[in-house]
Ligand binder design. Sequence first.
Ligand code: TYM
Length: 328
Amino acid sequence: MATRILTGIKPTGQLTLGNYIGVLKHLKEETNRGECFYFIADLHALTMPIDPEVLKQNTIDLACFYLASGIDPKKVTLFVQSSVSAHAELNAIMQNYLYMGELSRMTQFKDKSSKMKESAIGLGLFSYPVLMACDIVLYDANIIPVGEDQVQHVELTRDLVNRINNKYGNVLVMPKAEMRKVGARIMSLSDPTKKMSKSDPKGDIFLKDDLAVIRKKIMSAVTDSGSEVKYDIENKPGISNLLTIYAALKDISIEEAENQFKDSRYGDFKKAVADVVCDELGAFQKKYQEILESKAYVKVLEEGKEKASAIANQTLNRIKDAIGLLKV
Ligand code: TYM
């Protein structure tokens, strides 16, 4: 079977170094493994309140970030989720095959909803993984590169695929989440026991941050007692996080990174981490700016919409047929 690789990013808040290390940085090399589908999950962005202008701007930004990752637009299908109507259509079907119990056990839902009043929790936030499963199965994708926080959703997609295939025959392709060995969960710089997320300005490095700001954030990252640069999540979560960032960006193992800094003090180590982050993000920001100014993303997204729609509609028809929706 052909290798189909698919992943999505939500255009909410500002993208972080976590998104970059967990996924964006590796999108180019994935194109050598199989056919790639990358998309902007704008329907998923609606699951939390968002200003329309911000959503539009974030969508454009994200398109530029995808392209700045170095992918060849001819080799991938890059599209906006809402521009391919099959996602919403399949969502209406699949919401009947995932159940309240399993959806209420999703960590992301529990985290987000626990901070909200019940009267403000939209149904879309609860059924978020249903749409995500649709994103995946519509393209017969078998490899889903994600950070650690999305693995549970891909696991639920696997349950759905099993359920549908047992009931209706082999209709859907089984996907598998793939995480990076180093960097699947980058932590906050201000609280390294928490994931770096789009909503924590102090502990986050945003991809659009000024390089001087990035440097400052790294130099003032929370570190741990002691003075040895050592990977030890329990006792040295701050240093371990910085080692992970360094190793992931340098494409080396944690052990190699530890070795490089075994005689360094925290201050010198942090400076080396800041250098590597600023080098990499500096180049990335330049490419992003060029793509934004040239508007090169417009044509890519238009073509992506056509290519993605053709494939997604075929799958949708296959599913409709299998479950007994009459094609008229
Ligand atoms: P999103 O937009 O929250 O994040 C995009 C990708 O970045 C990864 N990520 C991280 N990786 C390492 N360290 C971190 N601190 C970190 N924070 C985020 C995420 O795991 C993700 O891979 N639900 C998805 C979007 C989506 C999707 C899909 C993904 C919609 N449909 C289908 C894959 C397949 C999301 O909200 O990602």
